[in-house]
Design a binder for this molecule. Structure first.
Ligand code: ADP
Ligand code: MG
Length: 281
């Protein structure tokens, strides 16, 4: 330290003063994300234990703005638990989770996180089966509290335009008046992605989007997800390796709650550790 204090300092006070003057010694995570990194999502050293078992073990992961990231890994690797932490459903024992630079996800409730711009799509599609496709998007546009008001109220032209462009994006313009329950499994998945988009998320988390889809639906889903990235960050958990290869720029392999490998698909598929735990099976 540059100055000698008048009164003796105890060790922890001295350390704090030392660190504040010598930032290189600062604990890596003390002040949240490093602004020079510019990531959209920061997870650092996230640990989640269930009865002593570590579902996530010091997981560190960064997602860039506009990135499309695929997360793969064997069953039980911690993929869903990671999404639970990001969305506030599960609280980690330790670690740091920031959305952008300001939002400390570990201090926000689940609804607050959703409102802050993180949308999550679960594996099973959850659309309003009895209602037309268009009305599903209309409800999503106004949020859960507006259901009765929505059904009676007129749409603004801005809302109508947003719904039309979303229908176009998810490839369901021709089905706009059809009951959602009459859609194919793949179409329901697209509709649910559309419903999430109506909330204008900055980060979309999507769990196994192509499970149960036909080959053609899988290809269209790949195109859709690629087109969604850019304007927002998209994180996709998926087992279908052909699908991952078709959309992935950067792939993260989780294993036993930590990142085992990260990189482009060629690098991942030739990594001996990845082959051993996952691809070799
Ligand atoms: P993945 O999605 O990669 O298949 P999960 O995140 O679902 O893996 O699970 C990681 C590990 O944590 C698994 O061993 C699972 O059994 C365990 N686990 C997940 N949720 C709970 C829970 N609520 N209670 C106890 N164990 C859990
Ligand atoms: Mg899972």
């Amino acid at each position: 330290m540059s100055t000698t204090p008048d009164t003796p300092l105890d060790a922890s006070t001295w350390w704090e003063a030392f660190v504040s003057e010598n930032s290189a010694y600062a604990p890596r995570h003390a002040a949240g994300p490093d602004p020079s990194q510019g990531a959209m999502l920061y997870l650092e050293d996230i640990t989640v234990s269930f009865d002593g078992f570590r579902a996530l073990n010091e997981l560190t992961l960064y997602i860039e703005p506009g990135e499309l990231r695929c997360i793969i890994g064997p069953n039980g690797a911690g993929k869903s638990t990671m999404m639970d932490v990001i969305t506030g459903k599960t609280r980690p024992d330790k670690g740091v989770a920031f959305f952008g630079h300001q939002l400390d996800l570990l201090k926000l409730s689940e609804p607050e996180i959703a409102q802050s711009g993180i949308g999550r799509k679960f594996q099973k599609p959850t659309v309003f089966e009895q209602l037309p496709v268009f009305v599903n998007l209309e409800l999503a546009c106004r949020g859960p509290r507006g259901v009765w008001r929505t059904l009676g109220a007129r749409l603004s032209s801005e809302e109508r335009d947003r719904i039309d462009s979303t229908l176009n994006l998810i490839g369901l313009s021709a089905q706009r008046l059809q009951r959602a329950g009459a859609l194919s499994h793949g179409q329901k998945q697209w509709l649910e992605i559309g419903m999430l988009l109506m909330q204008e998320p900055r980060l979309l988390l999507i769990d196994e989007p192509v499970a149960g889809m036909t080959h053609e639906e899988t290809e269209r889903t790949a195109e859709l997800l690629v087109s969604l990235a850019g304007e927002r960050s998209v994180v996709v958990v998926e087992h279908d390796m052909e699908f991952v290869r078709s959309i992935a720029r950067k792939v993260t392999v989780l294993h036993e709650g930590s990142v085992l490998a990260e990189g482009d698909m060629d690098r991942i598929q030739s990594d001996p550790r990845v082959i051993e735990v996952y691809l070799g099976a």
